[in-house]
Design a protein around this ligand. Structure first.
Ligand code: FAD
Ligand code: NAP
Length: 528
């Protein structure tokens, strides 16, 4: 089989890429490992899974009729509702006929002579394509820590990122959750409501702000839909490509009185969601400003959690916002329940998993089920699992030995006609990802259209443009507090992973740069 464009993945990136490729008249095909569309929302079916970018923003904008007609029911949509949306999009644009499900891409090799990608799937078949688009996701390879004895556990084992399709009922069970990131923080209150006993194993306490989720206000929906385009345009001008309803304050912490700061924190805590990080202009730039925000959240934890020792254990010490801020519905209050226990594993880790449960620092916790909420090998893990070989047989693994290196987060020098959607070096995970995805897909589709119009066959980043870009991404991160914690943004959650800050901060500047590159005839790329 041979195609002009081969797309790997049928999440929001792959679906829109297919739609754009088809509207250019290109022969395009998607290969997807899952049995359905939706990507993240197909795999992450754990209790409580929902978006934390508001539904009216966490959706496509490429088709006005689609965004006018679709109706979200809550401020933050649940996983099942987002799945219904992804399926609706697939049906509405008749995408399924060009998607092959239940097939995994295992290798992709660039043929220097034929100037085509040869792609091997896990059924042993080879497919060739002129352009290969990796819509494989930033958070799509589960991190399953290698804990001694796991294989001997007698109970059921789950990972939030690979949750079963059938309903999991924890009623009457003794459940352990390992991890306290966003997935854990969403699922813990619900699991606690079902389980007989819940034990949470915490390595690092995390900051979480309330979602204040509610049914979507029809008046608000009508207001946005009356001029959706302007709302989208305003959001695109925000540093994280969302949240124009309550933009980041331009005022620095030192220019406010303690009362003004307190009022700003309170207002945003009451508003709910990720907006909290915009309370001060320099919250993620200045350590003193950051400390003030962090102490405010610790104060809230002390107010909510009745046992002072538990409150202290739940209180994070690191910079707030440099691990992704979590958004919850009743997370801290869950630790007031008599059936919930918090276990600190920051010093000793987990000794081992036994047939009966988990052992920490000599103490045993007997469990029926164990939930790994341990996250992902983010941004690079899924790409590096595929044996990708570019010009001269050089592997992507070799090219990224010192951490991921891309130009614009879209292409890698030495890998012609390979496009990555929301790749490392682009704003991706620091933004409303659907906005970033659409911007990348549009850039890639326009690029392919132009190459064809000019009778050109290939495009590839120049090494010097890539080096300058990598330096730029590092320099931008270096001016912020983002690099200061052991987050998945720097790969610190995966043992042995090179520590590099992978995404680029600042969506509007990035879009300007991408547009400039095109205006200057694809500056930094070789085209042949
Ligand atoms: P994905 O949705 O990850 O899709 C990638 C697809 O590629 C998957 O279906 C996978 O099966 C397939 N694939 C990968 N490798 C192969 C292979 N080798 N062969 C075949 N198929 C392959 N972002 C936000 O902006 N706001 C949010 O509120 C938000 N909430 C999130 C909540 C959770 C629980 C998680 C995990 C992430 C969340 N994100 C959020 C980030 C989310 O990943 C993106 O918003 C978006 O869904 C990514 O879409 P994608 O198509 O790029 O990747
Ligand atoms: P995560 O943020 O990486 O959290 C993983 C948790 O597991 C952390 O508490 C981590 O501790 C712990 N952990 C990892 N390895 C461990 C080990 N070996 N032993 C003990 N503990 C271990 O993963 P996630 O919660 O799945 O979230 C990942 C990202 O997905 C989020 O940051 C966000 O971007 C997205 N997401 C969004 C939402 C939403 O609200 N819309 C929900 C879920 C996910 P350390 O901190 O010590 O590493």
């Amino acid at each position: 089989m041979s195609f002009e464009v081969l797309i790997v993945g049928a999440g929001f990136a792959g679906l829109y890429m297919l739609h754009r490729a088809r509207s250019l008249g290109l022969a395009a095909r998607v290969f997807e490992a899952a049995s359905g569309v939706g990507g993240t929302w197909y795999w992450n079916r754990y209790p409580g899974a929902r978006c934390d970018v508001e539904s009216m923003e966490y959706s496509y904008q490429f088709d006005d009729q689609l965004q006018q007609e679709w109706r979200w029911s809550e401020r933050f949509a649940t996983q099942p509702e987002i799945m219904r949306y992804a399926n609706h999009v697939a049906d509405r644009f008749d995408l399924r006929k060009d998607i092959r499900f239940n097939i995994r891409v295992v290798a992709a090799t660039y043929d220097d002579i034929g100037k085509r990608w040869k792609v091997r799937t896990d059924d042993g078949v080879e497919t060739s394509a002129q352009f290969l688009v990796m819509a494989t996701g930033c958070l799509s390879t589960a991190n399953r820590p290698d804990i001694k004895g796991l294989e001997n556990f007698d109970g059921a084992v789950y990972h939030t990122g690979e949750w079963p399709h059938e309903e999991v009922d924890f009623t009457g069970k003794r459940v352990g959750v390992i991890g306290t990131g966003s997935s854990a923080i969403q699922s813990i209150p619900i699991i606690a409501g079902q389980a007989r006993k819940l034990v949470v194993f915490q390595r690092t306490a995390n900051y979480s702000v309330p979602a204040h989720n509610a049914p979507l206000d029809p008046a608000y929906e009508a207001r946005i839909k009356a001029d959706y385009a302007s709302f989208r345009a305003r959001n695109s001008l925000q540093i994280n490509a969302f949240g124009s309803n309550l933009p980041r304050s331009p005022v620095l912490a030192r220019d406010m009185t303690p009362q003004e700061r307190r009022a700003a924190f309170e207002a945003r805590w009451e508003y709910g969601g990720l907006f909290f990080l915009g309370a001060l202009g320099d919250l993620l730039l200045d350590k003193q400003a950051n400390d003030m925000a962090a102490e405010f959240v610790r104060g809230k934890i002390r107010e909510i959690v009745r046992d002072p020792a538990v409150a202290e254990l739940l209180s994070p010490k690191q910079v707030i916002g440099c691990k992704r801020l979590c958004v919850d519905s009743g997370y801290y209050a869950t630790f007031n329940r008599p059936n919930v226990r918090l276990v600190d594993i920051s010093k000793s880790g987990i000794d081992q998993i036994t047939p009966a449960g988990v052992r920490v620092d000599g103490a045993s916790f007997e469990l029926d089920s164990l939930v790994f909420a341990t996250g992902f090998d983010a941004m690079t893990g899924t790409l590096l699992k595929i044996d990708i070989r570019g010009r001269g047989g050089r592997t992507l693994r070799e090219a990224w030995e010192a951490g991921p290196r891309t130009y614009l987060g879209i292409n890698v020098a030495g890998f012609p006609n390979l496009f990555i959607i929301a790749g490392p070096g682009s704003p991706s995970v620091l933004t409303n990802m659907i906005v970033s995805i659409e911007q990348h897909v549009n850039w890639i589709a326009d690029c392919i259209a132009r190459l064809r119009a000019q009778g050109r066959a290939s495009i590839e980043a120049r090494p010097e443009a890539q080096e300058a870009w990598v330096e730029h991404v590092n320099a931008v991160a270096g001016r912020t507090l983002y690099t200061q914690c052991n987050s998945w943004y720097v790969g610190a959650n995966i043992p042995g992973k090179k520590r590099v800050f992978m995404p680029l901060l600042g969506f509007p500047d990035y879009v300007t740069k991408c547009d400039e590159v095109v205006a200057k005839g694809y500056e930094g790329f070789d085209i042949s």
